[in-house]
Design a protein around this ligand. Structure first.
Ligand code: SF4
Length: 323
């Protein structure tokens, strides 16, 4: 018997189609020209295109300019402690694997005080999108040297110029155990920025995206010229990579063919300094995911849980053998 169209429909439909407005909240209080604005728009668009239910989406941040992000999303959010975005996000994902989780962190938040959490979140490889807003400076506290500030950066903490070489977040992440997705994009190329976050959202594990971000207030010189010259970008091209429309791809003069399953080449290309390589450096969809273990037996009833607990405790019962 042929059923009605309602009976034939096997996919639950959302109450309504969600628009960009459903993912926005308030007015972003970043400075004019800050790269945060375009990243926010890209994430909202990805959420809209994926039709993520706002009530099932969480943005978790630490501390810094970028970490104001959850306030501007019409989703759940957690504006946490400095450097602690990753452990909070891992906790959320571990107990609620049904939620869509975004981690928002800056170069100070992730690569300095939060570096220990960064290592282990990559290793846990739970399904989430981690966006590193890397502007090479502590902007919120008005210009201190960050772990990614170029050598010689003049800042409030190093008026004579910073003295240590910077961390390379791509190279570093590609060295962590169980790494499964590493990409790079820039805030000033909206098509590539969107395509990168969209690809990250489809990844089954932790997708780490470094976004080269402008801070026109405290690091005007770092990316100011580069942003106005598309020839400074090196487009990593591959059918398995991050693909933009042909019209956009044509604007990249410098193209480098790169198979993102090749981690050795990914590490090599992460070291490029004469230009900014953008695209997918590495992806492996086979790696273990810790959230798979968190989801185990999530649907267990209280009675079954209690019985399992009692069985476990029985193993430690001390029986009196003296008669
Ligand atoms: Fe953005 Fe820099 Fe202003 Fe912070 S200080 S909001 S990073 S432009």
């Amino acid at each position: 018997m042929i059923g009605t169209s309602h009976e034939l429909c096997t996919m639950p439909l959302p109450d309504h189609h969600r628009d960009m407005e459903d993912y926005g909240k308030g007015v972003a209080r970043w400075c004019p020209g800050c790269g945060g604005h375009s990243i926010l728009a890209a994430v909202q668009r990805v959420c809209k295109d994926m039709q993520y239910p706002p009530e099932k989406t969480v943005c978790v941040s630490g501390i810094g300019c970028s970490s104001r992000f959850p306030h501007y999303m019409g989703t759940y959010g957690f504006h946490g402690l400095h450097g602690r975005a990753f452990p909070v996000a891992c906790g959320v994902k571990f107990r609620r694997p049904d939620l869509n989780v975004f981690v928002i962190t800056g170069d100070g938040d992730c690569c300095s005080i939060g570096a220990g959490h960064w290592v282990h979140a990559i290793r846990y490889n739970m399904k989430m999108v981690a966006l590193l807003f890397d502007n090479g400076i502590y902007g919120l506290t008005k210009k201190q040297t960050s772990p990614t500030s170029p050598l010689g950066t003049h800042s409030n903490t190093h008026p004579g110029g910073s003295v240590l070489p910077p961390i390379n977040p791509l190279q570093t992440t590609l060295g962590f155990a169980n790494v499964s997705f590493v990409a790079q994009t820039t805030d000033w190329n909206p098509a590539h920025l969107y395509a990168t976050i969209r690809k990250a959202a489809d990844h089954p594990g932790l997708a780490f995206v470094r976004i080269v971000q402008r801070c026109p207030v405290f690091m005007r010189d770092l990316y100011g010229d580069i942003a106005s010259n598309p020839d400074e970008l090196i487009y990593l091209s591959h059918e398995k990579g991050i693909n933009v429309k042909p019209g956009v791809a044509k604007t990249f003069k410098n193209v480098l063919a790169h198979d993102p399953t090749n981690i050795h080449k990914a590490r090599e290309y992460a070291e490029i300094t004469d230009g900014i390589p953008i695209g997918l450096f590495y992806q492996n969809i086979e790696n273990s995911r810790y959230d798979d273990y968190g989801a185990y037996n999530m649907g267990m009833s209280n009675k079954v849980k209690q019985n399992a607990m009692e069985d476990m405790l029985d193993q430690y019962t001390i029986r009196n053998s003296i008669t």
